[in-house]
Design a protein. Structure first.
Lengths: 320, 269
């Protein structure tokens, strides 16, 4: 459909659609936005952790998520498969493998080239993304796969809003992971050292922190967060080998919308973007909703225009 | 001084050179630092003092020469590793973790100790030396005053219980009153037997602290002597260090005369 037709279509049917699908579904729309937002938030925090410590924009974040989803499927198996592992074991195994993969790829691919500048490293992560996609395509083919929800049963009604059980799993476990992340960053030695690398890498070296190793740790942690998002997402969506890049884009938008600096910002950006996306798509006529994937790109342009500083690191202000 | 010369050298630097591309900032500097000794390195801006420290601790890879700590060669090791051997640099302009609390800055200072039991002890000792920091534990380091930040930088350096503490420009950008507090702390450290290497642009201040002074100029040591000897030639030193104008240089020399009693009284302790 050409642009003019698209505009005409939207002008003709936007308003009636809005009132027809109605305010009545707004709570459900918002809820599904929050659920998707949790996934974006996890992926955005993954981007943030890697970027803050290493200065690298990890374009492969969505593919780590895909790998987490695929491996969870592989281990948990489709319904009725007698060889499948218990769900908790499957998720744990998938997350552990992807975490190790993240660290390993940093060591083998990023590390030898880490002095070559951020653009070079960004392109390397695009390469990693392609390799992961290809690696998933070979065993899975272009088929789509789904998994049963973590707990079966009808949707639960909470203050009058119908929520599928897996949605509650997603929101609840995201909260728990964020809580653990906060605890780790503020209370543990490794967490503090990671933050030290991020706040002042020179000072980190001066107190004896091997900043090189924390690059690996940051990539592993980033992969962990993405893989976990993939594992909890797979029961509500279909996993495909090429699901990664759209999620990378959305995570990127969420990260920028949240200010690109703090984890709280990234989470807010993720949830905010999820809700915005759900509302825009939920209340648009089908002719517009078909262009759904353009929403994050449009928002990205808007966010980058507003955010004039671009992506430079905020310099620490120290008094003399 | 005689007692100091009898003690074995803790830190030995021989023929050290540091280069940034084609620019050689330090050219063939040698020095030896004995247990519980305080060595001052003075010189004008750009004389290579900071580069010397960077080359010794491995923040910059030396272009040549050797560094040894307790007779083990550490030249060429990265700074992350020399810290583990017990050589700690308190850098120029502090380099704190500005957005983190005073307490977290100190705990990160003891990073190389891991979970050793001496960490809480060391924290206690350091907070005793700098009571201001104990009162500001939860405050973010970036919000401290300049003097407090300098104290925190030194305190953080002490947290790993170093063999040698190197302090770069402790008085830089601080008000005179605040400088006194920082100097008092360094003097107390020296009294406790800490081996110190202090780089300082302010000669008089360096003299009040150090047992011996090295004077650097354009990357080489042009004079190496005891603090007293430099004192006798104060005017000459002032000329080396290139005071901004001549009248000021003379006034510095006068002030130096007044401050000259301090180091000798220190040593008599």
């Amino acid at each position: 459909m050409c642009g003019a037709a698209l505009v005409r279509a939207s002008m003709m049917d936007w308003m009636p659609t809005f009132f027809a699908t109605g305010i009545g579904q707004l709570p459900e729309t918002l809820a599904s936005g929050i659920v998707n937002g949790c996934i974006y938030a996890l992926a955005a925090v993954s981007l943030l952790v890697v970027y803050n410590v290493t200065g690298v924009i990890n374009f492969a974040v969505g593919d780590f998520l895909m790998a987490g989803a695929m491996l969870t499927l592989l281990f948990a198996g489709p319904n009725g498969d007698p060889h499948r592992l218990p769900l908790a074991v499957a998720v744990l195994l998938a997350v552990v493998i992807v975490t190790a993969l993240g660290g390993l790829l940093e060591l083998l691919v990023i590390h030898p080239r880490r002095r070559q500048g951020t653009i070079f490293l960004l392109i390397l992560t695009i390469g990693i993304s392609s390799v992961l996609e290809g690696g998933a395509l070979i065993p899975t083919g272009s088929l789509t796969y789904g998994l049963r929800p973590f707990t079966s049963g009808p949707a639960l009604s909470i203050v009058g809003v119908l929520l599928p059980r897996q949605d509650l799993w997603i929101v609840g476990s995201t909260l728990i992971v964020m809580g653990l992340l906060w605890y780790g960053a503020t209370r543990t030695r490794i967490g503090k050292a990671l933050r030290a690398c991020e706040v002042n890498p020179t000072a980190a070296r001066l107190v004896g922190i091997r900043v090189d190793r924390y690059w690996t740790i940051a990539f592993a942690l980033g992969a962990l967060l993405a893989a976990f998002a993939g594992a909890i997402l797979v029961p509500v969506t279909y996993a495909t080998y090429d699901m990664g890049i759209p999620i990378t884009l959305k995570a990127f938008v969420a990260w920028i919308l949240g200010g690109a600096e703090s984890p709280v910002g990234a989470v807010a950006g993720g949830i905010g973007f999820g809700v915005l996306e759900a509302v825009v798509l939920g209340y648009s006529p089908a002719s517009v909703a078909n262009y759904g994937d353009a929403v994050p790109l449009l928002l990205l342009i808007v966010a980058l225009v507003i955010r004039r500083r671009g992506l430079t690191r905020q310099m620490a202000v120290t008094r003399v | 001084m005689t007692t100091a010369t009898e003690r074995p050298a803790v830190l030995k630097v021989e023929d050290l050179s540091v280069a940034y591309g084609a620019v050689r900032a330090v050219r063939g500097v040698s020095l030896a630092l004995r247990q519980a000794e305080c060595l001052g390195v003075v010189g004008a801006n750009g004389a290579g003092k900071t580069s010397l420290l960077a080359g010794i601790c491995g923040l910059v890879r030396p272009a040549g020469g050797s560094v040894s700590l307790d007779d083990a060669a550490i030249g060429g090791l990265k700074v992350e590793e020399t810290v583990r051997r017990g050589l700690v640099l308190v850098p120029e302009r502090r380099q704190l973790f500005a957005s983190m609390s005073v307490r977290d800055n100190l705990l990160l200072g003891s990073y190389v100790l891991g979970r050793e039991r001496k960490v809480p002890q060391q924290l206690e000792r350091v907070e005793e030396l700098f009571p201001t920091l104990a009162r500001r534990r939860e405050q973010r380091a970036g919000t401290l005053s300049g003097g407090e930040q300098q104290m925190l930088a030194i305190a953080r350096g002490l947290m790993s219980t170093p063999r040698v503490l190197m302090v770069d420009e402790p008085s830089l950008g601080l008000a005179p009153v605040v400088v006194d507090a920082v100097v008092d702390a360094l003097r107390e450290l020296r009294r406790q037997g800490m081996t110190l290497l202090i780089v300082e642009q302010n000669v008089r201040l360096a003299m009040t602290l150090a047992d011996r002074l090295l004077v650097m100029e354009q990357g080489v040591v042009v004079r190496q002597t005891s603090a007293d000897a430099v004192l006798d030639e104060e005017a000459l030193v002032a000329a080396y260090l290139g005071g901004p104008t001549d009248p000021k240089a003379e006034r510095h020399a006068d002030d130096g005369g007044a401050g000259s009693r301090e180091p000798s009284s220190d040593r008599s302790r």
